[in-house]
Design a protein around this ligand. Structure first.
Ligand SMILES: [Zn+2]
Length: 530
């Protein structure tokens, strides 16, 4: 009889040990939250204990102590958001923008940068520059196809030779070894547009060898060249032949001619996924995109006329006049494709900031000139960035509802004095939560949070983030879903989103009861953390 009694005593002692954890201590303790883990599951009530930058406990933790206790006060507690298509890298290396307040104010704790085939070729240099002065959020790098191509064959409009392709492969491999999460391309933009699909497949294979994925600003988002459906099909082919994940970046159907094609796009993706191809999309939910005027109106290998020729057309040679007429014709058609001069609003134009915030139609009328003539002159004078109203709400909603659609901003970080940028820079995530979850009920809160957290983490292979679980990095957002709101508008874009209460990056509080701290705990993540 002695043994069972001992065993019973041992069990009781053990149970008492489990329950009695009054002395358990943490660096940070988040109490009384509704914990939505990012997986798509509804919230549960739990406390979160954080130690050494990581989540070490998620359960009721009565009696636990911590250097810092945050009372979530029944707010939602989610993983920090991951922005999978961000132009923030240029801003993050600037002292005034390192903290990335526009991102933190929305709960974004990781930005995936170097999209659209761009960014530097040497990611080691970029990493050092980003890390040098500290960062608000974490950053994940991509290696850009166009940058790699430019490094090897400059702006040549041709296929690389076998030897040149080898050099490109080597640069992609080096980028992966420097910690990239994959290859990005921008096949709409020069010189990415000069690449045939086969070249991109070969380079994607080089990324895939090292566990990298492929993301693409696709060759055509409307009906400029091959059409948006064929361009999505190209991503599918690249993902399939390279044997990795393909992401259609900022998925859309651009321009009235293409409206309604979101259904054809998702059909192609569904068919591909059914046969085992890993295809995903991301989206910023606005009816306007943003790009530069030159790419919007003269995307192909057509040079804009010079300022001199525009001023004095009679000085043009016959050849120059033919080229000018050709550019004018193409720009006219592309302006129509994008919904006309009223649908293009100037975001940033160095030679004349008074044009910022005005439509091309308004500017042309004030100059008593044709919109295309005015646009060509602005391109010739160095170009402008534009906000281009070109998407239909039905397409936006249809893409958002897909289980494979992640959330992105496509936004950059700029100073208040730098034009009137697209409001997505400040509001993409807050807008989705306020307009599409709360006001319109387009998707559920669980669906939206998943699209910002565990889905991107899973797609990009950010294995220790995007979820709330023990062992994960403590990137956390605490907010009341009823209070999150996008404040930025097209006419008044430089306004931070509101409603986030607390944001933690790597266990450090960067937003404290709605106020920014001075902490810069962000890391440049590595695909393979050793
Ligand atoms: Zn893009």
């Amino acid at each position: 009889m002695i043994r069972p009694i001992f065993a019973l005593v041992a069990v009781i002692a053990c149970l008492a040990g489990i329950q009695a954890q009054p002395s358990e201590s943490f660096d940070v303790l988040i109490r009384n939250g509704r914990v939505m883990d990012g997986s798509g599951n509804p919230w549960i009530r739990a406390d979160i204990g954080i130690r050494g930058g990581a989540i070490v406990a998620i359960r009721r933790l009565p009696g636990a102590r911590a250097a810092r206790v945050i009372d979530a006060a029944d707010r939602l507690v989610t993983p920090g958001f991951i922005d999978v298509h961000s132009h923030a890298a240029e801003g993050l290396v600037r002292q005034q923008l390192r903290q990335a307040q526009p991102l933190i104010a929305q709960g974004v704790t990781t930005a995936v940068v170097n999209p659209d085939g761009g960014g530097p070729v040497d990611l080691g240099v970029q990493r050092a520059e980003l890390e040098k002065g500290g960062l608000g959020p974490n950053v994940a790098l991509l290696i850009g196809h166009a940058s790699v191509r430019r490094a090897v064959i400059a702006g040549a409009n041709r296929a690389p030779t076998a030897e040149e392709l080898d050099k490109m492969r080597a640069l992609v491999r080096r980028g992966m070894d420097q910690g990239a999460f994959g290859l990005s391309s921008g096949l709409f933009y020069k010189p990415g547009s000069f690449a045939k699909t086969e070249e991109v497949i070969e380079l994607t294979k080089a990324a895939a060898e090292r566990g990298g994925l492929y993301t693409s600003h696709i060759r055509d988002e409307g009906n400029y060249s091959i059409g948006v459906v064929a361009a999505v099909q190209e991503v599918i082919r690249i993902a399939e032949e390279a044997g990795t994940i393909g992401v259609v970046s900022h998925a859309k159907a651009l321009g009235p001619d293409s409206w309604g094609l979101a259904h054809a796009i998702t059909h192609r993706i569904d068919v591909a996924r059914a046969r085992g191809v890993q295809v995903f999309t991301d989206q910023y939910a606005y009816e306007a995109s943003s790009t530069n005027l030159g790419a919007a109106l003269l995307p192909d290998d057509v040079a804009a006329p010079s300022v001199e020729h525009l001023a004095k057309p009679d000085t043009m040679s016959g050849e120059q006049r033919a080229a000018f007429n050709q550019a004018e014709k193409i720009a006219t058609e592309n302006l129509r494709r994008r919904g006309g001069a009223a649908a293009i609003v100037i975001a940033h134009y160095r030679p004349d900031p008074s044009r910022e915030g005005k439509s091309l139609e308004q500017i042309a009328a004030a100059q008593n000139r044709s919109p295309v003539g005015e646009a060509l002159e602005m391109i010739a004078r160095g170009g402008a960035s534009v906000v281009s109203f070109n998407m239909s709400e039905d397409d936006i909603v249809h893409l958002m509802r897909q289980p494979y659609t992640m959330t992105s901003s496509d936004g950059g970080l700029v100073l208040l004095t730098e034009g009137k940028p697209h409001p997505r820079n400040y509001g993409a995530f807050a807008r989705k939560l306020s307009l599409y979850v709360r006001d319109r009920r387009t998707v559920t809160l669980e669906h939206a949070i998943r699209s910002m957290t565990s889905l991107p983490a899973s797609v990009f292979g950010i294995t220790d983030r995007g979820v709330l679980r023990e062992g994960a990095a403590a990137d956390i957002a605490v907010f009341h879903p009823a209070k999150v709101i996008e404040r930025a508008t097209y006419t008044d874009p430089h306004r931070l989103a509101e409603g986030m209460a607390y944001v933690l990056v790597n266990g450090q509080v960067v937003l404290d009861d709605g106020k920014f701290t001075s902490a810069l705990p962000g890391k440049v993540l590595r695909k393979r953390e050793l």
